[in-house]
Design a protein around this ligand. Sequence first.
Ligand SMILES: NC(=O)c1ccc[n+]([C@@H]2O[C@H](COP(=O)([O-])OP(=O)(O)OC[C@H]3O[C@@H](n4cnc5c(N)ncnc54)[C@H](O)[C@@H]3O)[C@@H](O)[C@H]2O)c1
Length: 396
Amino acid sequence: MTMRAAVVGCGALAHATHLPNLAASDRLRLQVACDLDPAQAEAAARRFGAARHESDWRAVVAAPDVDLIVLCTHTNLRADLIVPALAAGKPVYTEKPVAAGEEEMLRIIRAARSTGVPVCVGHNRRSAPAMRDLRRLVALARTQGADVPALVDRNSGLREPLREESAAQILIRVNDDSRTWKGWIFDDPHGIMLSEMVHFIDLALLLAGSDPVEVYAYGSNRGNFTLVIGFRDGSCATLQHTLVGNFDAPKELVEVAAGHVTVALDHFVELRQRGLAGEPFRTSYPLETGAQPGDPPGIEGFHRAVDRLQAERAAGRQGACRFAFPSKGHRQHLEAFAAHLRGEGPNPCPVDGAYAVTRIALKLLQSARTGQPQRVLPEDYDLVRGDHQSLHRHCL
Ligand SMILES: NC(=O)c1ccc[n+]([C@@H]2O[C@H](COP(=O)([O-])OP(=O)(O)OC[C@H]3O[C@@H](n4cnc5c(N)ncnc54)[C@H](O)[C@@H]3O)[C@@H](O)[C@H]2O)c1
């Protein structure tokens, strides 16, 4: 059965991902394009073939011809739409962050639990094919460790393993370029530290596989900061964000060391590992936009595409494709949620899990403001395991 989707908030993200992905989907149909700005809604409906357009999200919640809402506004609109949508039986895929504050997140979780209607949060990077492979290699590194003899090993058989050798070290580098952001982000009280970093906090928690115990942030919440997350088993994640990078360089690097295996995912197009005998050194993943036949695979292919797009721009020949984008899992995340709604698999990011991520992001903001590390306590991530009644009491 084809599921009819409405996109609420037809801005930059929706134009780059959800609108074209819905227009190209076999199992989902773009039924309604909705934006506060009627001209924006109409233009999006025309461009991506929606059956109709709206400027009031309430009409979308009430619409009998909408089966699923894809919410792509900023956090200015979250629980106010999600709670009545769930009450009307409409599942919601919401962009991240799920909310900008705890009370609003709890309203959403309470509504999801009491109605049983699912919410999926757009922590889409976890659904990218390259990230799924990275996670598989990290799991192997943690369970079996390196099985390729090192070229240099001065310790073998001579000492007991150190306690630290059972932990993982995670580095996530976000080479961001402030010129790519619209101005709203620099007025937002939470800045990029919440709005963007929830993606990477989500990945750090998934990759560490241990409970977080402490966080520390240094820098401005608008950008140019370093975040540190410490885990109970001694693992540590360092998330480095820069505003002063160049957009044409690879943006995201995830590097994990565990069990004397080093795994690196470069810009979602090239996965490299050393230490695992049964795995290739290098695996590449196609760009979503900007590639041409004959381009080399992996990170070289990304640079080739950027060079070509730059040359076309310099020659005044800019075509329909303006960026070289890797696949960061937007399409797979939404399709996996739709499959879940059809009873064909798990929800790729239930709102309960996103709660812990957002709460840790809020603690990191607190750390940046006070200059003090912040403890992460079980209630920061365990609340979601409570039953509906205890959650309800917590909110009252
Ligand atoms: N998952 C990702 O990789 C990713 C990337 C970029 C942005 N985002 C998220 O997507 C969201 C939108 O970001 P953006 O860059 O597209 O912003 P944007 O400003 O380009 O678009 C937001 C749109 O929402 C519309 N809007 C605002 N209030 C509305 C309302 N009440 N009803 C209907 N429409 C309304 C605005 O008119 C605008 O067109 C943010 O939450 C952001 O964090 C996610």
